[in-house]
Design a binder for this molecule. Structure first.
Ligand SMILES: *[C@@H]1O[C@H](CO)[C@@H](O)[C@H](O)[C@H]1NC(C)=O
Ligand SMILES: *[C@@H]1O[C@H](CO)[C@@H](O)[C@H](O)[C@H]1NC(C)=O
Ligand SMILES: *[C@@H]1O[C@H](CO)[C@@H](O)[C@H](O)[C@H]1NC(C)=O
Ligand SMILES: *[C@@H]1O[C@H](CO)[C@@H](O)[C@H](O)[C@H]1NC(C)=O
Ligand SMILES: *[C@@H]1O[C@H](CO)[C@@H](O)[C@H](O)[C@H]1NC(C)=O
Ligand SMILES: *[C@@H]1O[C@H](CO)[C@@H](O)[C@H](O)[C@H]1NC(C)=O
Ligand SMILES: *[C@@H]1O[C@H](CO)[C@@H](O)[C@H](O)[C@H]1NC(C)=O
Ligand SMILES: *[C@@H]1O[C@H](CO)[C@@H](O)[C@H](O)[C@H]1NC(C)=O
Ligand SMILES: *[C@@H]1O[C@H](CO)[C@@H](O)[C@H](O)[C@H]1NC(C)=O
Ligand SMILES: *[C@@H]1O[C@H](CO)[C@@H](O)[C@H](O)[C@H]1NC(C)=O
Length: 603
């Protein structure tokens, strides 16, 4: 670019027009320019464009500010190229570009309009937008070749849009000043995050610093807002753009949304009476508002102590001296052995949309059903909060959930809660209550049947008198494994009730040498236990429930319950019983080992 000749022309122009002030004008043409000290003023005197020095800085910048509040600069042209002297000028070149020139350094800053422009005009509009347009009759009035609203600094004004222009691929973001005296871009940016569902996020470099909840149609879930009486917010999504903007109800009011050098986004409104800014809010707060303040799988509640807690279904990794962020892991070791319950969390800001799936046509019930199907699904919620529709499911760590301060409205999130330890105990109780009767009832039925048979059999042949002696434990155990199974194929009458063979008192007496003291192993709460010997040399334990102490069916039932449990644990097996002449005798597997004694006698 031929800067020098151009620059020479401007030098002479400066000299030539030095007496001509363009103070009240809002428009620049190729024939006009602005020097340091001069301004463009928008038509109804709301905004001014000119040169300024921030704070104590000596550097000069070209900027835009509210005429009523000159100290609050809302846009800066040469953010990272300060001008050292007061000799710069702004002009519009023949090719339609605004150019900031300094006498010593040439072009400091310039727009980048590349189209062929016949009659370029720059105008400071009354909304604070500095625009370049073609004023020739054949160009459409409202199409701008360039506008400062597309290149925001740290301030969002009314009608300015944050977000994506898909046609140009332009993303409009606020970027913080380096410091109050240095408008060069700092480390913080603020903009519309359109990943999954739209929300506003501030980044510290490439790291999230704070995020709002998702857009709910009039505002952001759980975010502070005054949308009902001070300003309205808008979100537009179509093929051309996906943008956010706002508008005050009282349009002429002076309002800004500013990203300050330390990353805080402040919405303020100018109080005409006291002549100062009124701060509506500043985000984030020092705690929960900060992204992931408490760590993964936590919930942060500003008004609770401790502020950071593990979400339901997660537990602290270690109890000792947890500093923030705390570490929470699933309270269940295996991800897949979770229960089928959901815990509803009311009025919260949902976790960030990382590793989520979204289906906007599903309802909450379908969402729950879908979440249940996949053991990696940790939580679900409605995606459209106001409508109560749509389905969001989280598969990864749950980051950045918080309870909104005071009563700003959040949403409901349903956490998949793994079966807890107490849940397991419950399950055991259910087993005990439901399954044991199932086990015991048939056995009592059999017992009773047997008892009747016993009486019938008393008159039968004497072969039965040797039944226990001739018994084979291993076979008995084999048949016992079929205890709830079908009738044994061997057609024997006993096969039907094979799970509990009934032995004759005579054979039991023979095996225990007529209940001799030598065979007695010990005495438990319900009676003595004897060791019995069978023909094949196998040994059995014979428990003779004492009839003296008035034990009846109830005690027998208790015994059965105990044995049933023992059997369940495979510690001791019941081989059969004998109910004859008022005797109630259990024949048990004999294990010559102390622990068995404990089970047999210690009650
Ligand atoms: C302008 O020129 C001066 C002197 O050469 C130099 O010190 C200063 O850094 C330059 N400024 C810019 C923005 O290039
Ligand atoms: C200006 O725009 C042209 C084309 O649109 C592009 O090639 C060039 O890199 C841009 N220059 C700057 C400084 O952005
Ligand atoms: C724009 O063009 C119209 C006529 O076409 C003219 O009257 C008006 O002064 C022009 N505006 C500027 C700022 O040059
Ligand atoms: C922003 O990031 C920088 C660099 O990682 C870090 O030093 C600084 O503390 C962060 N700021 C805040 C407010 O967290
Ligand atoms: C929620 O659903 C309603 C009805 O379909 C729709 O008008 C509204 O835009 C949706 N809200 C959001 C935030 O998508
Ligand atoms: C916990 O913190 C206290 C005080 O900060 C310290 O005295 C103590 O040793 C810590 N305990 C452990 C287990 O780290
Ligand atoms: C969303 O859910 C509906 C209803 O369950 C289903 O028909 C549709 O295929 C789903 N869409 C996606 C993208 O999964
Ligand atoms: C569970 O969800 C994850 C994440 O969406 C997916 O990769 C996985 O295939 C799903 N598993 C089943 C069984 O649907
Ligand atoms: C999301 O999934 C990826 C891939 O499975 C994993 O590396 C990442 O840690 C997950 N993020 C969260 C927040 O769970
Ligand atoms: C909370 O809600 C109640 C009733 O809805 C309202 O009176 C109160 O002002 C609200 N408080 C805040 C801090 O918004």
């Amino acid at each position: 670019m031929a800067i020098l000749p151009c620059f020479g022309i401007f030098c002479s122009l400066i000299f030539l027009f030095s007496m001509k002030a363009s103070l009240a004008a809002d428009t620049m043409t190729t024939a006009s320019f602005i020097r340091d000290g001069e301004k463009l003023t928008s038509s109804s005197q709301r905004f001014e464009l000119g040169f300024f020095s921030p704070g104590k800085s000596k550097s000069r910048y070209l900027g835009i500010w509210f005429r009523r509040v000159p100290d609050t600069v809302v846009w800066v042209a040469n953010r990272d190229r300060p001008i050292s002297g007061r000799n710069a000028v702004l002009t519009i070149s023949n090719n339609g570009n605004l150019v900031l020139l300094s006498q010593t350094n040439g072009t400091i800053w310039s727009t980048n309009v590349s189209s062929d422009v016949k009659n370029p005009v720059a105008q400071l509009r009354d909304d604070g937008n500095l625009v370049i347009r073609d004023n020739s009759s054949d160009s459409t009035a409202e199409s701008y070749l360039w506008q400062s609203f597309d290149h925001p600094s740290d301030t969002l004004l009314q009608d300015m849009k944050l977000g994506w222009d898909f046609k140009s691929g332009l993303e409009r973001l606020l970027s913080s000043w380096q410091s109050a005296e240095d408008p060069s871009p700092g480390r913080y940016t603020y903009g519309l995050d359109i990943h999954v569902l739209p929300k506003m996020c501030t980044f510290n470099g490439s790291v999230k610093f704070t995020c709002s909840g998702q857009w709910d149609g009039t505002g952001f879930v759980s975010a502070l807002s005054y949308t009902n009486f001070i300003y309205k917010q808008f979100m537009t999504e179509n093929k051309d753009e996906f943008v956010y903007w706002y508008e005050a109800y009282n349009r002429p009011s002076i309002m800004t949304l500013k990203l300050n050098p330390s990353g805080f986004v402040t919405r303020q409104i100018w109080d005409e009476n006291s002549n100062k800014w009124d701060e509506l809010f500043s985000v984030p707060d020092q705690y929960c508002g900060k992204y992931g303040y408490c760590g993964a799988n936590t919930i942060c509640s500003l008004d609770q102590t401790p502020m950071c807690e593990c979400l339901e279904g997660f537990k602290l990794k270690s109890q000792v001296n947890q500093t923030r962020p705390i570490k929470c892991e699933r309270s269940h070791s295996s991800e897949c052995t979770r229960g089928t319950q959901f815990k509803k969390l009311d009025n919260v800001k949902a976790p960030d949309f990382i590793n989520v799936s979204l289906n906007q046509s599903m309802n909450l019930e379908q969402c729950a059903a879908e979440c249940l199907k996949n053991c990696t699904c940790k939580a679900y919620a409605n995606s459209n909060v106001t409508e109560g529709s749509g389905c969001l499911m989280w598969y990864g760590d749950l980051l950045d959930s918080r309870r909104p301060i005071r009563n700003f409205t959040g949403q409901s999130v349903y956490l998949q809660v793994p079966t807890s330890e107490s849940g397991n105990k419950k399950l055991l109780w259910i087993l005990v209550v439901l399954v044991l009767p199932l086990v015991l009832l048939p056995s009592f039925y059999i017992f009773c049947r047997r008892r009747r048979k016993c009486k019938e059999k008393e008159t039968e042949n004497t072969e039965t008198n040797q039944d226990l002696l001739a018994f084979d434990i291993n076979m008995g155990i084999t048949t016992r494994t079929n205890e709830f199974g079908e009738v044994n194929g061997d057609g024997k009458d006993k096969g039907k009730d094979s799970w509990l063979p009934l032995f004759s008192l005579a054979s039991v007496a023979a095996a225990t040498e007529n209940f001799s003291m030598q065979c007695k192993l010990g005495e438990g709460g319900f009676g003595p236990v004897y060791k019995g010997r069978l023909f094949n040399g196998q040994e059995v334990a014979v428990k003779r429930l004492s009839s003296q102490s008035g034990q009846g069916l109830k005690e027998f039932k208790n015994e059965m319950m105990l044995i049933a449990e023992l059997q369940h644990r495979n510690l001791v097996r019941i081989l059969g019983c004998c109910v004859e002449q008022g005797e109630k005798i259990l024949i048990l597997e004999y294990m010559p080992n102390k622990s068995l004694d404990v089970y047999l006698f210690g009650m």
